[in-house]
Structures are given as C-alpha cells and as structure tokens.
Design a protein around this ligand. Sequence first.
Ligand SMILES: Cc1cc2nc3c(=O)[nH]c(=O)nc-3n(C[C@H](O)[C@H](O)[C@H](O)COP(=O)(O)OP(=O)(O)OC[C@H]3O[C@@H](n4cnc5c(N)ncnc54)[C@H](O)[C@@H]3O)c2cc1C
Length: 511
Amino acid sequence: MVRDLSISLSPEEAADKEKMKMRAAKKLGVRIGDIKALRIQRKSIDARRKDVKINITLSVFIGEEAPPAFTPVSFPDVHHAKRSAVVVGFGPAGIFASLTLLENGIRPVVLERGLDVHSRLKDTAHFSRTGELNSESNYAFGEGGAGAFSDGKLYTRSLKRGNVRKVLSLLVQHGADEEILYESHPHIGSDRLPYIIENMRNTIISHGGEVLFGKKVTGLIRRHDETVGITTSDGCEYMGPVILATGHSAKDVYYFLSASGFSLEAKSTAAGVRLEHRQSLIDSIQYHSDSGRGPYLPAASYSFVTQVNGRGVYSFCMCPGGVIVPASSEDGHMVVNGMSPHSRGGRFANSGMIVELRKEELEDTDPFAMLRYIESIEQKCFNPGFAAPAERLDDFIAHKCSSSFPETSFPRPLVPVVMDDVFPPLIAESLREGFKAFDRMTRSRFITRDALIIAPETRTSSPVRILRDVAMKQGRGLYPAGEGAGYAGGIVSAAIDGTEAALRLGGDYAY
Ligand SMILES: Cc1cc2nc3c(=O)[nH]c(=O)nc-3n(C[C@H](O)[C@H](O)[C@H](O)COP(=O)(O)OP(=O)(O)OC[C@H]3O[C@@H](n4cnc5c(N)ncnc54)[C@H](O)[C@@H]3O)c2cc1C
C-alpha cells in the first residue's frame, strides 16, 4: 500500500531519514517496521519565521518496495537511420534537441563551435587567472553552452510549456542527484554539470549520433526556400534540416540569418550588476538568526523584486555560496555572471541585480537596436585584462567612488568607478532606488559596507528574437531554438524549447 502525506519537520529531523520514518509512522498510525520505503515528492523550506521548517510531501510504501523514481529513456541505435538532422550548438537546447531526435530514431549531427567541456574547464580557468580570452572556448561557448558552467539552478516558470519532469529525469539518468526531482528549487552545481553533459554526449555518440567540436557554423544552405544544410568556417558542409540552438552570445548567427532574409526583431531584456554579500549575512537575514544557518540548513538564497517608476528591478540567478565569474565571449566586451558548486559552501552570495529594458523605449527600431544598447554597456565597462568596474554598495548609494574593496570571489582585478559613469542614468538610478527598497525589505541589512557591485550583468536574456512563425512561412528546414532564438531563458526552458524543436522537425520530416 502507498500512502501520501505532508509533514513539517525541523531542519535536523528532515536531514535524518529514520526520524522522518518515525514521524510518518506516527502520523499514519502504522508500525515503523512495516514502512519499506519513503519517497520524497516535494521538499521546500519555510523560512518565514525564526522557527524554520522543512515542508515535505512523502509517498510512504507500507509492506511493499518503492518502484524506481523514474523510467529511464531507452534510446534506439541510429547508426544506420534513414533520417538525420543537423543540430547547431550543444548548450541545453542543442543537447535536449539531440536526445529527442535520437529517441525518435533521427540521427543527430551536432556542430559545436567551442571545445569539449573538459578543455573548456581549462580555458575558463586560464581566462579567470590571466585575463587572456579564448573567443571560441569560454563561459558562453563550448560543450554544454552557457549551461555548462552555470549554477545549474533548474527552477523554471515554463511548467505549462513542456515536460519539465522529463528534462529533470534525463539529467538524473545521466548522473544528476535524484533530489532534483523533488526539491522545490532544484540545483545541480557548476562542479557536477560537466560530467553530466559528457554523459549525455556519450549517449548520443554510442547510439550512432555525432558530436563535432571546433565547428563554427557560418551560413545556411538554402534550396528553393528550404534550408537543407549549413556551412562551417573550415569550409565543410553538413546536409539535413537544421536545429539552430546557438544561444544569445552568438551575435554572428543573428547577422548571417538577417543577411539570409530571415526576420528578426529587437527584444526586451534586462541589465545591471552582480551584487556580492557575505553568505553569513544572507543566512542571518533569511533565517532570522544571528548565529547563521547551523549544520542542517542550506546556504540561504533570496529573490527580490520591486518597481521603480513603473520599471521592474529585481534579483536574478542568485548563487548562494557561489562565485562571480568573468563571462565575456569577445574581446573589448566586459560581462560578469555567477555560479555555485553543488555544496554551495562558499563564503559569498552573489546575484544579478537587474533593471527591465523595454524595446519600445529604444530610439532605433531595427532588430539589432537592443543588442547595440547592451553592447555599448559591455564596451564601456571593458578594461584591459578584463578588469571589472566595481563599487561598494553603500558608496554607490552615496554616489561615491570606492577607495578600497571588500574581499571578493571575483578572480579578475577590480577598477573603482562610479556606476553612473558606466551605465545609462535609467539603469543606474533604477538600481539605486531598487537597492534602497530591498534594504527596507530586510530591515536595513542589505546595504552594507561589505557588499560589492561588479559590472555589467548583461547576458540575462536575448536582446534579439528570431521570428519563428515567419521563418516557417519562409520555407521549411530551419528550427531556431533555445535562448538565442529568444524563446527561452534558463537551462530548463532552453531544454524544453530544444525538445519541442526536435519534435516539430520529426513531424515535418516523417518520411
Ligand atoms: C555563468 C552562468 C550561470 C548561469 N546560471 C544559470 C542557472 O543557474 N540556471 C539557469 O536556468 N540558467 C543559468 N544560466 C543561463 C543558461 O545557461 C542559459 O539560459 C542556457 O544555457 C541557454 O541554453 P541554450 O542552449 O539556448 O544556449 P547556450 O547555452 O548559450 O548554448 C549555445 C551553444 O551554441 C554554440 N554556438 C554558438 N554559435 C555557434 C555557431 N555559429 N556554430 C556552432 N556552435 C555555436 C555555443 O558555443 C554554445 O555551446 C547561466 C548562464 C551563465 C553564463
């Protein structure tokens, strides 16, 4: 017999399966020895009060064993499949598109401009240490895409758009912890993502697909209004319908699509800074305790949102126990981002603090107007060696240039600036008022001398959208997908969008 129940436990009880079992037995009125297994279905932290609780929904297996938590996908062998498709880009959208093609008996041929994930690890470490950027192998480009070194937070709002459970199950099938299936805010960690991605690549190759690195796609091959293949920078051609999953850092792709006559439009996005606090401060604010989070609670996170003169200002991609990284993919452009390892055990907490940017407010109306606006910020923030503009948060509020900086996780040098000199007034002023609002929400604990802001956080979502409906009318064969197409923002939504693109392709080419 299986009985479901919801219980509210102390953090210590929730960390101990035996104690959980005892509570379940008592609540259901059964003997503890009759409980063969517990399966957590949902787990969340209720930190609204000082007495923090862990809310758990459980399936309790009484007198019977639990079945596996999910059914692994069994992939067919496509070595000799009649159908094949080209997948450009091996980020979350391209990976899940390839796995879906494979599952449906279509042989994926993946072309990725960057290197395999392990070479990327070396390249990003070298960049962080020296400021020498490899423009084809960095935090944006290479196996796993921006998702490879991302924080791996798997929370998404796109529940209605696709099968989130399937995305999470495939990640577990390839090495992620089962806890991502039930945590309310699942998280993998930047240290674990690379080997999961490698496992996914191995699934594709061992079943007959191809994954080629150092293959930068530079154009489409069109025949009678149909996209029938692509060309690469080394002069090769790969034939087949094309899933284009190149992410939003691949500006060259937007330009060659536009030159090929595809319709693009400017897209609203958001930009701002990365903010870093001591994790212990965030723990004490969120868990209402000066003694920190204790041994059983995870590093605390936050999510802030406010309106400044009708414009959204909000925290984005918060990384408890994480680090700030230089995430540029081209010389002359400064970009920062954040990530955290699985343990989230670091001493710092960082988060993007960003301001909504509306495309209607741009002076220009062409498809690249928002991209140019974002680029102008990245260029203004650039310093030789990828030293980043920075300011203490309290100095920013007081319009003062900082004369010193607190300790930080950011690996490149910092350049003291007044953020108003590197950002348009709209962003700087909105951020300032936003920070004041967040300070009020935390009873004046958010704006501290030790909090640091580093600029700029600009790659929050694509500033360009590829108009897919129009592209479809322009002839079949091209399936723009993921964040670069402007229809996803984050690992899971990009994975779902890649999956949907592969299913559409499978339907269109069911010969
Ligand atoms: C540091 C960091 C932390 C992040 N943390 C999170 C997080 O915790 N949670 C979350 O949901 N999201 C996070 N994100 C965002 C997330 O990574 C992206 O939303 C997601 O990766 C988008 O997936 P995608 O497949 O659409 O594009 P991408 O991941 O950008 O992948 C595109 C791929 O295409 C390749 N490519 C580009 N142009 C070409 C070409 N011409 N030819 C061949 N290949 C090409 C690129 O090399 C890249 O591998 C983070 C991003 C970064 C940078």
